[in-house]
Design a binder for this molecule. Sequence first.
Ligand SMILES: [Zn+2]
Length: 381
Amino acid sequence: MALRIDDKFPGANVRVLERNEGADPAVVFTADPHGGPEALWFDFRVADDAPPDPMPETLRLALRFFGNLLGGYGNPEFCRPVYRADGKNWLRLPPPSVRQLPDGQSVLEWALPYPVAPVEIALTHPYLPDDLRVLLQRSKGYWHEEAIGLTQRGNVLTRLDNNASLASLRGGQPRGLYLLARQHAGEAPGSWVLDGMLDGISRRKSGAPWRVWAVPFADLDGVLAGDYGKDAFPYDLNRAWGKPPMRHETLAIQRDMRRWAALCRPELVLDLHAPGLCEHDGFYVFQRTTEDAAAQRADQAWINILRQELGPEFAAETFARTANYPSRWTTARLTDFVRDEFNCPALSMEIPYGLCGTAPMTPKQYREAGRRLARAILSRW
Ligand SMILES: [Zn+2]
């Protein structure tokens, strides 16, 4: 018997602390901070090429340092990672059993079917550039992908646009929507919702024209490296939006947004994120605090529209919140840049990892929420 752990694939992240291969086979693991101050994202594969005889029925998975993960305080029953055996459908793990160490630390444990074929375990369904390829094929050329610059490590940063669908447009400028996901690399729920939005937009048959541009992987380096990326060093992406910007990615995206704004009437910028590990009360948005009453009304109008279309199935009861949590940086967020530069509403939306209320989230549901958001935005006029 030899339990094999694989963390050498795009998006992988794990720190294995122990692997027990006796009568109680177990993998004791945690999320690796990858050099950042916060840890949360994990994604790894376990297999046993030569299982013992008789074969154990289950493999115990033990998540350590729960209290050090972002949002890993209280409520461990809402920590619900996903797994899939042999590349088949993802399943969500049940609530963990919680073991207390004598010093008060909590260890979260699950039993998995014994991994004869490789089993992949992740915080939630991963979303990588290959998943985006599938969407682009499905949308039959509606979305054009354009390179807009390089990342801090030299990967090519891309943006999607629907410019071709506006080629025959006469008269005034179309309305403009700019979308972003993965400013924090591990926040994969944002990508699934973006996927649903892009799908919904590409299928739209009528209505006023919109120029829609989207950066699907703002922190592409972090996505590929399996970083969690919240408050990543040297600078959190979503605190690097000052002028001048503090990251090369934000520099490239700022310049791209200016090109977008020159070709449309900017109506909304929506930035998709995921909250703390155990948050489960649904989608919500962070509203900017501003003294400008007109700007506040413009934000509020969008908040009402998005909330209504998401419905109680997805929208948290407290849907509009103020980002008043302590931050490691006081510099500009994306929403500050957009307001300052384009005087246009900008919202960041938090999409839970595991549950909306009591319903476990699946890619199908994330996408359905995305289609609702697209419908809400594009049918406003
Ligand atoms: Zn975030």
